[in-house]
Design a protein around this ligand. Structure first.
Ligand code: AQP
Length: 346
């Protein structure tokens, strides 16, 4: 017999977020997401984090590389300070509740909403006819990732803001259509000095795993010399750093390096310009490179060590998936009851 439907009036704080194993994790993913995932864990909030491999295959992934990137992503989480005993860490495909709820949300989300998603337009490019249906439906699966846990807060970079607004719309429509107060209305958590790290080659494009130019990004697997060389070659302008942030208004590449410096140093962009006012990039870049290497090298070293034991990484992901499933399955069962699906298997 189906359990009576619960309609919780208030939802305890619970954090969910994910990263796609669609390549190596970049400094953008680290500063915009991963570093802050760890901070949230350390604040003592319940935290659930996921390598979203089902999202990754919305664009073609070589199976061997996908497996490697999933393990490397997990290694990056742990090396950055995630404790698999305190946070739940798993890969999405091991918990089928995500895709099951994703289908239901495909039936809640409206085509008009999906048509407004700028990330689909950016990723599909001019040849949208050739893009996968999965890439188009991606934001509904993302909503399911979050709602399968009744998560209330989602730390993300600025680029995911629109998808979180869609998540809210889906939850509101589901609750309204079925006359329940079942899904929480999620809050995006977009904080810090580097919520949108830009490409090192083009200040108008975000730093991305899938950018064809490796020079455009810093990867968490880059060694110290590579990081220093990429920062030295990063596009800037000929002017010195100004005294206030106003002076960076029309200088996106300069602003990007200042934001990265602030996020790595744990300070604000305003403090960085105040400290370095008048400095040329010839002297600022080596300081930024030193800071980046000091911050990232221990993470890279730890990732390399963890990657020597892939079976242990798989064990951690499997255990995390069991814990994730224990939360998501009862929520999904209630969704089936709410939507009128018969559940009569013993
Ligand atoms: N450049 C960025 N600056 C700050 N945050 C960023 N994020 C991504 N790029 C930046 C944040 O990282 C988290 C994981 O992102 P994702 O893996 O789900 O996919 P994405 O946003 O599409 O990131 P990429 O690196 O650009 O991947 P590809 O190239 O595969 O599309 C999210 O919280 C995101 O906001």
């Amino acid at each position: 017999m189906a359990e009576p439907v619960q309609t919780p009036a208030a939802f305890p704080p619970r954090i969910f977020s994910g990263i796609q194993p669609s390549g190596g994790i970049t400094l953008g993913n680290y500063l915009g997401a991963l570093k802050r995932f760890v901070e949230k864990q350390n604040e003592g909030i319940e935290t659930i984090y996921c390598l979203v491999d089902m999202h990754a295959i919305t664009v073609w992934q070589d199976p061997q590389k996908l497996r490697h990137a999933t393990r490397e992503g997990a290694a990056a989480f742990i090396a950055a300070g995630l404790d698999p005993a305190r946070s739940i860490l798993f890969n999405q495909s091991q918990v089928s509740a995500h895709v099951e709820l994703g289908w239901i949300f495909n039936c809640v989300a409206r085509l008009g909403w999906m048509n407004r998603m700028t990330q689909f337009k950016d990723k599909a490019g001019k040849n949208a006819e050739a893009a996968s249906l999965g890439l188009y439906a991606y934001p509904a699966l993302m909503a399911a990732d979050i709602m399968a846990y009744h998560a209330t807060h989602v730390p993300v970079g600025e680029d995911q803001k629109q998808h979180l607004e869609l998540t809210r719309d889906i939850a509101i429509k589901f609750n309204h259509d079925y006359g329940v107060n079942f899904f929480p209305i999620v809050e995006p958590v977009i904080e810090g000095a580097a919520t949108r790290v830009m490409s090192l080659r083009d200040g108008s494009k975000k730093m991305s795993k899938s950018d064809p130019s490796d020079q455009s990004r810093i990867n968490l697997t880059d060694d110290a010399d590579t990081i220093a060389a990429k920062i030295r070659k990063a596009k800037t302008d000929a002017d010195p750093l100004p005294e206030t942030l106003d002076g960076l208004k029309d200088r996106p590449e300069a602003r990007n390096l200042v934001n990265i410096y602030a996020a790595l140093a744990g300070t604000t962009p305003a403090q960085v310009v105040a400290e370095h006012a008048g400095a040329q990039f010839g002297s600022f870049k080596p300081k930024l490179a030193d800071l980046a290497v000091a911050h990232l090298s221990p993470i890279t070293t730890q990732m390399t060590r963890l990657m020597q034991d892939p079976a242990e990484i798989d064990r951690i992901l499997g255990e995390g998936a069991d814990r994730a499933e224990a939360i998501a399955r009862p929520i999904l069962d209630q969704v089936y009851d709410i939507t009128g699906m018969i559940r009569s298997r013993r």
